[in-house]
Write a protein that binds this ligand. Structure first.
Ligand code: NAP
Length: 304
């Protein structure tokens, strides 16, 4: 396996990267650099730590440096929009950008999170959203990408449960505007149990599973495992359960779902496929998905 650190970059090397604050936890540099090395491409992927107050200057700098593109992560996904030249329909519908493509100085903001999510559902559980009923936990940026993508892929009913109910209501109205039925329910409400009993898919999008179970790079310190965000008894076949949190790869929710005999879809699949889609947009080449998956899983196994 070629090692990204040992590669010789020439003056013609193409540069891509990621901006975020913080960014040190990101697994994307590993995943993309392993792909470039595998294909023997003269490309490099660099992490850029960009404070929120420096976002506009950073985007201008990346444009001036003629980088081929970059990923965008927390907290810049929405804030970056005014500094770009164009949005793809996916980014406009989701209201956030995770991938920027530089077309000769013209910066196009795209969002590959939803596509990555759909691909992970298909790979993990052969799940096709057409005609499905879905419950989403959380109403933040990732939930919005998931909800809009599911509605556009033909889900017929999407129920949003969130700690802050007003945010769930707002996301439900976005879903309705995409043509699906939608409801907002409070977390822990008996209504949620009824909705889960009738649902085909549960998607967990809050960082809740990361807390006690340990974030990447942090020790779990021998603490008791965190409880799943919904009572285990509410998880019944034939529900498919997806948790988009990927550190740890087996979240308390996924562990509970497995105990109940349900099919589960871990969050690293979404990370993998949003990255694969970005790779293709920047390079015009088919992404070496198996190589990218190995890089990701090795890092997650090592608790990086
Ligand atoms: P965000 O916009 O900040 O939204 C966070 C959501 O989680 C909000 O709905 C918030 O509820 C809720 N929340 C936060 N802390 C909570 C807690 N302790 N208990 C219950 N609810 C809580 O964040 P985001 O961008 O959507 O990201 C959310 C998670 O998804 C992160 O863990 C991120 O790593 C993961 N993610 C994974 C992928 C992937 O590729 N697998 C991609 C994107 C994001 P309120 O509205 O009440 O504050």
């Amino acid at each position: 396996m070629p090692d990204a650190r040992a590669r010789d970059l020439t003056g013609e090397a193409a540069v891509v990267g990621i901006i975020g604050w913080p960014v040190a936890h990101s697994l994307s540099p590993l995943m993309h650099n392993r792909a470039f090395a595998h294909l023997d491409m003269n490309w490099v992927y660099v992490p850029f730590a960009v404070r929120p107050e420096n976002l506009e200057a950073a985007v201008a700098g990346l444009r001036a440096l003629s980088v081929r593109g970059f990923n965008v992560t927390i907290p810049h996904k929405t804030a970056i929009i005014p500094f770009l030249d164009q949005l793809t329909p996916a980014a406009a519908a989701i209201g956030a950008v995770n991938t920027v493509i530089n077309r000769d100085g013209w910066l196009v903001g795209d969002n590959t999170d939803g596509l990555g999510f759909l691909q992970s559902l298909w790979e993990g559980a052969e799940f096709d959203p057409a005609g499905s009923r879905v419950v989403i936990l959380g109403a933040g940026g990732a939930a919005r990408a998931v909800a809009v993508t599911l509605a556009d892929a033909g889900a017929t009913r999407i129920v949003v449960a969130n700690r802050t109910v007003a945010r769930a209501q707002e996301l439900a109205s976005v879903v309705r505007s995409r043509g699906a039925q939608a409801e907002a329910v409070p977390v822990g409400s008996p209504l949620l149990e009824d909705e889960l009993a009738a649902a085909d898919l549960l998607v967990q999008t809050t960082p809740a599973g990361m807390e006690k179970a340990g974030m990447a790079g942090e020790s779990s310190g021998g603490e008791a495992p965190a409880a799943p965000p919904v009572p285990e008894s509410w998880l019944r076949p034939p529900l498919i359960v997806c948790d988009i949190v990927y550190t740890p790869p087996e979240t308390p929710l996924l562990a509970a779902a497995r105990r109940r005999g349900l099919r589960v879809v871990p969050g690293w699949g979404m990370l993998l496929y949003q990255g694969a889609a970005a790779f293709e947009r920047w390079t015009g080449r088919p992404p070496p998905v198996a190589v990218m998956r190995d890089a990701l899983l090795e890092a997650l196994d090592a608790g990086r």
